[in-house]
Design a protein around this ligand. Structure first.
Ligand code: PLP
Length: 710
C-alpha cells in the first residue's frame, strides 16, 4: 500500500535509468559546449550528432530537419511560426492562401493558443476553425474534405493525451494530398507507441516531447519535412545549424538519446499486443469495482496505454482523491486542466454526456510497464473498491456499522443534510439537492435505514403524519419526530421568517431545552455571515432573536448553502462576526462569546514542523478529514500508537458539539492537499476552538512527516 502506483504517464513519465546515467555522464565527463572547437567541445558535439542520427533513424526523417527543442510546446510554436511566416509571404506577394487555421477540436491547448498568438503577432488575419471530431474522438473527415480547400494550415494530433484516441492520419493525408495547406501533427503521445516513418508521409511538422517517454522535462524534438518552410523561433549563436539558437540542453539531449537508443534496439519497450493485454487487465479490474463504468474512448481506436473512463455517481475529483489515498496516481482529464474543476473540453468535443465530461478519470501507463506492475495496480483498484463498499458508496453484501449523527453532502455550494439515528435505524433528509439523490439513495440502501421524512426548509411538505409535540426552550410547543433519545422539532413558517427551520437535540422530561439543541437546520434563511431574506429589519431581528432564544451559543447552524466554504456555523460564532447576523443578535447577552484573537498563519503547520509539534503536544489528536472512503483506502498515520481519528469533512458538523463542549486538546487536521483540513481548522476557529491546526500541503507534502508519525 505504501508504494506508489504511477498511472499518469500521459502527463509525464519517470526517467529511464539509462537516461539518468546518460544525463549524468553528459554533465560530468561530457560537459563541453558542442560549439567549442577544442577536444572537450568536439566530444560533446559527437554525442549531440550521435543522438540526432539515432533520432533521425527512429522517426524516419529522411532528408528532413530534426531540431532539438525544449519540448513540444516550443516545437509547436516553431512549426506554427514557420507556416504562418510562409503564408504571410504568400499574402504579401498577392498569391492565394487558404483563409483557415484548421485544428482538431481535441488538440492540446498549446496548438490553438499558438495559432491564435502567432496569427495575432504576425497579423496574418486568418480565421481559427476547430475541426469537429466524432463520438470516438476521430476527426470528421467529411468536414475536413469540405474545409481543406480553404485551409492554410491544418493541425491534427497523432494521438490524444486525454483519451488516447489515435487519429486516422492516412485518411487525413489522403484528403490533404492535393491541398497547398501546411500540415502539423503533434506527435507527443505517439512516440514509442506508434511506429513512425515521417518522411514517407505528407506531414510538414511533427513536434515531440522527451518527458512523455522516459526522458527528462525540458527537451524535445521538431521534425520539419524537407522543403517545408522554416523560421527559427530563437535567433542568436547559430546553434542547431541556425535553426534554434541557444546552447543546447546537453544533459537532456543525452538522456533523450538513451531512450531513443532503447527504442531503436527494441526488446525493452512492450509490443502493442502486450500493451493491449495490460489495458484489458486494468479495464477488467475497474469493471469489477464499478459495474456501471463507461470507457470514453473506444479501445479499438485508442492507444493501449490510455484508459479514460467515467463512473456514474462519482465526480472525477472523488475518484482522484480515492486513488491518491491508495497511492495510485491518476488524473482527471489532462494534467493541465485537473487543478480546475472544469469538465473536459476533449470529451465535450466528442459529445460525451455532460455527466461523463465532468466525471472523467484518465489512467495512463508507459510502454515500459510490466504485467507485474499492472497486476499490482489491479490489486490496488480492488482495494479502492473495498474502501468504497465499506463507506456505502457502492453496494456491499456485508452489513455496515450504522452511522449516527449529522452528515453534510455539499457540491457547488449546495448542502444536503442527513440526520441519521443508529438506534432506530432511520434517518431524515433535509434540503435534499438533486445532485445528491443517487449518493443518498445508495447510502440509505447500504445502511438499511428507513427514511422517516424528506424535509425542506422552504415549505412544510414532507412532514410525517402523526408526529408528536414537544415543548421548546421558550415554552412554546412544536411538532417533532422522535429519533432514539433525540427529537427533530419543526419551527413552522410563521414562527421564523418565511421558511421552516428544524432543531435537533436530546429531549428531556421538559422537552427540547435550548441547552440541548445541538443542530439547527436553517435552510437559506440564516446563512453563515448573513440572513438571506428581504424583510424589514425589525421583522428580521424578531425572527433571528426568536431562533436564538430556542438554541444555545454553540448550537451548530446547518444552512442549505455553503458558498463561502465555511462548512457550518453557530449562533455564538455569528454573534461574534461582522455580518448582519451579529447586528441582529446584538440584543442577546446570553449568547455572547468573548471576541477571538485574529486567525493567523499559526493555525497552519508546515510539514517539516509537524513532527516537532506532535512531540511537544503529546495530547494532540491527528484528525483525517478526508472522506471515509479515502481514509479506508489509505494507510492512515498514527501518533504515539494512536491511529488518526477519521472525521470526514462531511461529518465535521456532527463532531463539533462534542469538541466545543470538551477540553481544547490540539486537533491536527490533515487531508490530501491541505484544502479541506484548512476549512476544518478555520471552521473550528470561527466557532471558538482555538487549538485547531491544519497540515500545509496535506498528505501530498506532509505525507512523509505523517508517515513518520506512524
Ligand atoms: N501536446 C500534447 C499532446 C501533450 O500531451 C503535451 C503535454 O502535455 C504537449 C503537447 C506539450 O508538451 P511539453 O510539455 O513538452 O511542452
Amino acid at each position: 500500500m505504501s508504494t506508489e502506483i504511477y498511472l499518469d504517464a500521459n502527463a509525464t513519465s519517470a526517467v529511464l535509468p539509462a537516461a539518468i546515467a546518460a544525463a549524468d555522464a553528459a554533465m560530468r565527463a561530457g560537459f563541453g559546449n558542442p560549439s567549442s572547437t577544442h577536444a572537450t567541445g568536439l566530444q560533446a558535439k559527437a554525442m549531440l550528432d550521435g543522438v540526432r542520427a539515432c533520432a533521425r533513424r527512429v522517426l524516419g526523417v529522411g532528408n528532413g530537419r530534426l531540431v532539438f527543442t525544449s519540448g513540444a510546446t516550443e516545437g509547436i510554436q516553431t512549426a506554427v511560426l514557420s507556416a504562418l511566416c510562409a503564408i504571410r509571404e504568400r499574402q504579401l506577394r498577392g498569391e492565394p492562401t487558404g483563409s483557415l487555421l484548421l485544428y482538431g477540436a481535441t488538440e492540446h491547448k498549446a496548438v490553438p493558443e499558438a495559432l491564435a498568438h502567432w496569427n495575432r503577432i504576425l497579423g496574418t488575419g486568418l480565421v481559427l476553425c476547430a475541426l469537429p471530431v466524432d463520438r470516438a474522438g476521430q476527426h470528421r473527415l467529411d468536414m475536413l474534405r469540405e474545409l481543406a480547400p480553404q485551409a492554410a494550415l491544418v493541425c491534427t494530433m497523432a494521438a490524444n493525451n486525454e483519451t488516447g484516441a489515435v487519429s486516422d492520419l492516412a485518411g487525413i493525408e489522403a484528403i490533404l494530398r492535393d491541398s497547398p495547406a501546411y500540415w502539423m501533427v503533434d506527435s507527443v503521445q505517439a512516440l514509442g507507441k506508434i511506429a513512425l516513418d515521417l518522411a514517407a508521409t505528407r506531414i510538414d511538422y511533427a513536434p515531440f516531447s522527451g518527458h512523455k517517454l522516459y526522458a527528462p522535462k525540458g527537451v524535445g524534438m521538431l521534425y520539419v519535412r524537407d522543403g517545408a518552410p522554416y523560421t527559427p523561433l530563437m535567433a542568436g549563436g547559430g546553434q542547431e545549424g541556425g535553426a534554434r539558437a541557444g546552447t543546447e540542453n546537453m544533459s537532456g539531449i543525452a538522456a533523450l538519446g538513451a531512450v531513443l537508443e532503447a527504442l531503436e534496439q527494441g526488446g525493452l519497450f512492450r509490443t502493442h499486443d502486450e500493451l493491449v493485454a495490460m489495458r484489458e487487465r486494468l479495464a477488467d479490474a475497474l469493471r469489477a469495482v464499478f459495474p456501471g463504468i463507461v470507457f470514453n474512448s473506444p479501445f479499438a481506436t485508442s492507444l493501449p496505454t490510455t484508459l479514460n473512463f467515467s463512473v456514474p455517481g462519482f465526480a472525477s475529483k472523488e475518484l482522484l482523491d480515492l486513488f491518491d489515498a491508495a497511492n495510485v496516481r491518476v488524473s482527471s482529464g489532462s494534467a493541465c486542466s485537473s487543478a480546475k474543476a472544469a469538465p473536459s473540453y476533449v470529451l465535450e468535443a466528442m459529445c460525451a454526456p455532460a455527466w461523463a465530461c465532468a466525471a472523467a478519470v484518465r489512467m495512463s501507463f508507459g510502454p515500459l510497464a510490466t504485467m507485474a506492475f499492472i497486476d499490482a495496480a489491479c490489486q490496488r483498484i480492488a482495494h479502492c473498491g473495498a474502501a468504497l463498499r465499506a463507506s456505502c458508496l457502492i453496494p456491499s453484501d456485508t452489513p455496515m456499522a450504522s452511522h449516527d449523527g449529522v452528515i453534510q453532502l455539499g457540491s457547488d455550494g449546495a448542502n444536503t443534510w442527513i440526520v441519521a439515528d443508529a438506534a432506530s435505524r432511520s434517518c431524515v433528509l433535509i434540503d435534499m439537492h438533486e445532485q445528491h439523490e443517487e449518493r443518498v439513495a445508495s447510502y440509505v440502501r447500504c445502511q438499511g435505514y428507513a427514511v422517516r421524512a424528506r424535509l425542506s426548509t422552504c415549505d412544510v411538505q414532507g412532514w410525517p403524519e402523526g408526529s408528536m409535540q414537544v415543548a421548546l426552550g421558550n415554552g412554546t410547543q412544536a411538532a417533532a419526530i422522535a429519533m432514539g433519545e433525540n427529537v427533530l422539532a419543526r419551527l413552522a413558517p410563521d414562527d421564523i421568517f418565511m421558511g421552516v427551520s428544524y432543531l435537533f437535540g436530546r429531549c428531556g422530561g421538559a422537552g427540547l431545552a435550548s441547552g440541548e439543541v445541538r443542530f439547527a437546520f436553517t435552510g437559506g434563511q440564516v446563512l453563515p455571515g448573513g440572513v438571506c431574506v428581504s424583510l424589514p429589519l425589525a421583522q428580521l431581528r424578531h425572527g433571528v432573536q426568536r431562533l436564538a432564544a430556542l438554541v444555545h451559543a454553540d448550537t451548530i447552524l446547518c444552512p442549505a448553502r455553503d458558498d463561502k466554504n465555511q462548512v457550518c456555523s453557530s449562533i455564538g460564532a455569528e454573534g461574534r462576526g461582522a455580518g448582519v447576523l451579529a447586528e441582529l443578535l446584538a440584543m442577546q447577552p446570553r449568547l455572547a462569546r468573548p471576541a477571538l484573537p485574529a486567525m493567523d498563519s499559526m493555525m497552519h503547520l508546515a510539514p517539516d514542523g509537524l513532527e516537532r509539534f506532535l512531540a511537544s503536544h503529546p495530547d494532540a489528536v491527528l484528525v483525517d478529514v478526508r472522506e471515509a472512503f479515502e481514509h479506508a483506502a489509505a494507510t492512515a498515520p498514527e501518533w504515539g500508537g494512536q491511529r488518526a481519528l477519521s472525521v470526514p469533512l462531511s461529518r465535521l458538523a456532527s463532531h463539533l458539539p462534542q469538541w466545543l463542549a470538551g477540553p481544547q486538546r490540539p486537533l491536527v487536521f490533515f487531508c490530501r492537499t491541505g484544502n479541506r483540513s484548512a476549512r476544518a481548522a478555520q471552521c473550528l476557529h470561527r466557532l471558538g476552538y482555538q487549538n485547531a491546526w491544519s497540515v500545509i500541503g496535506g498528505m501530498a507534502l506532509g505525507g512523509a512527516a505523517l508517515a513518520l508519525a506512524a
